[in-house]
Ligand binder design. Sequence first.
Ligand code: RB5
Length: 151
Amino acid sequence: MRIILASDHAGYGLKTEIASFLSGRGFDVVDAGCGPGESVDYVDYAAKAAAALVRGDRDRDRAILFCGTGMGMALAANKFKGVRATPCWTVFTAEMSRKHNDANCLTLGGRVLTPAEAEAIVAVWLETSFEGGRHLRRVDKIRRLEDEHFK
Ligand code: RB5
């Protein structure tokens, strides 16, 4: 699985922790920025990662984005057709975002989570499958909303 990472300055530290965590577990990690010591706008890095995610392989690629809270990154990434980004602050929300929402983009808050909390969230998010069934019907309706409203 390829994991596309991106952050702003407020998420940079947590991103580096999670990058090591993922590399150590054999994931193919790609960092779309930002670099250390920059003060940047989260929107620009959400856009880089989301563009790479929608251009990539739907079955193989995921994105994990980091800002202060996880919220700005989710708002921006969700403007890309095909991205389902959810901020998760707990293991339970991460699990449900995969099982029920088929989230392909996880957003995390560098000012909210400790590295250990984030690692637990990321681990569950990566190992949990979408349940399909009635949840597929609902995700398909999200796709239809994209077609109707995101011209
Ligand atoms: C940056 O100060 C902060 O606003 C940003 O990282 C993020 O939390 C926005 O949602």
